[in-house]
Design a protein around this ligand. Structure first.
Ligand code: FAD
Length: 477
């Protein structure tokens, strides 16, 4: 008899696990309480990139004259049409997922999955009717919700979560984005392109203050934000918010997380805005799931704990995706990769998840992308490294496109040229990083990339350019 696998949550972690397990011969049921595709398809990657596409086209139209196009009349965003397009893209993708489930004989159950007792999951439908499904192996992929400040909770009107920001029906005149991480920065560029006056407030001292993002990328992005008149308030936190006269009056002060505060950093600063968008992280979406009934362990912040085989401490119970928290990497493609590892191990395989060659893609303007160690991380870990960069302005195709801001950096081991990190900020960085990911994963050297012929004229030529610059210097004769 086929092994019964139940998957809870149909985001990228859950659906990848379900399809892979079915492909390996399991009898799979996937339970989803909301909509197929999870955060990624409905409230994350896809709708935000639909908005970014529109924002990028608007930017292009504003530069039309430079490219020899005369535009007459006013160019303005139409959020109704943007919404319609977003829904169409999401609808088509959702249909594709349901077709995939059908093709693999996967049972899709709509309702809240509740772990009532070992070996059994209850599914409570919207009308309250409950059914039970038996499992031999369980894969948990419940994802996350936006983190909310208790002092100023989301109201969907003035204090927005990223879910709310994706559903805006009008362009706000002014927005304070709290949190200069990936989601905050992506929204900063979207809203600025749509016509909002945007300020980003960040508790640490740089935009994108993630360990995986090289400081040079943050520096260039900050410069590009300034060019677009996006305000940036580093080392600050929100102390108080009041609503009066049709505006939010926001009091900001020094962040307890920031170091080396100057007198100016320590001063209170007030800002009036129409809306605030809170992008300060996510929290696990495990309430009501019944993890306690199986004694699935959580860490002290409520994230599910699983090892690199994706199995929890409870034998036969696996967990994947964002619900594992920031100690793993919270990205859609990581969730899917973990889902596949969990599926294989649930079918008696023995795979471990490798996190050392995971690309990160940030869809700002210009884009940022990274894989492997930053220069700072490599030095901290004791590597003798070579870090070389090339500016996009030296690449012919970047000049042709009129997208010359940014650079590409390769971090390699001094002794043998092995590539341990690639960091790109510039046009199509999120596509270009694929070559860097392969290089890090396959332990290629700078010579391998320098000697690989790249088509001309392409943006990808920047990679062999940096690699060439990273080659050991020939000894002087
Ligand atoms: P989710 O996608 O959150 O899916 C979990 C699903 O489980 C949900 O559908 C939920 O309804 C369901 N669920 C929860 N509990 C239950 C239950 N008890 N019973 C039944 N169903 C349940 N990542 C990228 O890689 N690239 C990007 O460009 C990117 N952009 C983003 C932009 C935004 C604005 C946001 C918010 C996120 C973005 N992300 C991006 C992150 C990405 O969305 C997540 O990493 C990814 O969705 C995680 O997948 P998951 O399967 O773990 O969880």
């Amino acid at each position: 008899m086929a092994r019964k696998i139940v998957v809870i949550g149909a985001g990228p972690g859950g659906y990848a696990a379900a399809v892979h397990a079915a492909g390996l011969g399991a009898e799979v049921t996937i339970i989803e309480r909301d909509k197929v595709g999870g955060t990624c398809l409905n409230r994350g990657c896809i709708p935000s990139k639909v908005m970014i596409t529109t924002a990028g086209m608007l930017d292009g139209f504003h530069r039309a004259a430079e490219f020899g196009i005369a535009v007459e009349g006013r160019i303005r965003p139409d959020l109704r049409q943007l919404t319609a397009r977003r829904e169409k893209v999401i609808g088509d993708q959702a249909k594709g997922l349901h077709d995939l489930f059908d093709r693999h004989g996967i049972t899709y159950m709509s309702g809240m999955g509740i772990l009532s007792r070992p070996g059994v999951a209850a599914v409570r439908a919207a009308d309250g009717a409950t059914r039970e499904v038996r499992w031999d192996r369980l894969i948990l992929a419940p994802g996350t919700q936006p983190f909310e400040f208790p002092a100023f909770p989301f109201d969907g009107e003035r204090i927005l979560s990223s879910d709310d920001a994706l559903r805006l029906t009008e362009v706000p005149q002014s927005v304070l984005i709290v949190g200069g991480g990936v989601i905050g920065c992506e929204f900063a560029f979207i809203l600025a392109s749509l016509g909002s006056r945007v300020t980003v407030l960040e508790a640490l001292d740089r935009v994108l203050p993630l360990p995986s993002v090289d400081e040079d990328c943050s520096r260039v992005l900050q410069r590009e934000m300034k060019k677009r008149k996006i305000g940036f308030l580093p080392k600050r936190t929100v102390e108080n918010v009041e609503y009066a006269d049709g505006k939010l009056h926001v009091a900001t002060g020094p962040s307890p997380l920031a170091r080396e505060l100057t007198q100016k950093d320590k001063e209170r600063l007030f800002i009036d805005v129409e809306k605030m968008l809170i992008c300060v992280g996510r929290k696990p979406d495990t309430e009501g799931l019944g993890l306690e009934n199986l004694a699935v362990p959580l860490d002290d912040r409520g994230w599910i704990v699983a090892g690199d085989r994706m199995e929890t401490a409870v034998s036969g119970v696996f967990a994947v995706g964002d619900a594992l928290g920031p100690s793993k990497i919270m990205l859609a493609h990581v969730a899917s990769a973990e889902g596949m590892v969990a599926a294989e191990n649930a079918m008696s395989g023995n795979r471990t998840m490798a996190y050392d060659a995971v690309p990160g893609a940030i869809f700002t303007a210009p884009e940022v992308a990274c894989v492997g160690l930053t220069e700072a991380q490599a030095r901290e870990r004791g590597f003798a490294v070579r870090a070389e960069s090339v500016l996009f302005r030296t690449v012919g195709k970047a000049q042709v496109l009129g997208e010359i801001a940014g650079e590409a950096k390769i971090v390699s081991e001094e002794a043998n040229g092995r590539i341990i990190g690639v960091h790109i900020i510039g046009p199509h960085a999120t596509e270009l990083i694929a070559e860097g990911t392969l290089a890090v994963r396959m332990r290629l050297t700078v010579r391998d990339l320098a000697e690989t012929i790249h088509a001309h004229p392409t943006l990808a030529e920047i990679i062999p350019e940096v690699a060439f610059r990273s080659l050991p210097k020939a000894p002087e004769s």
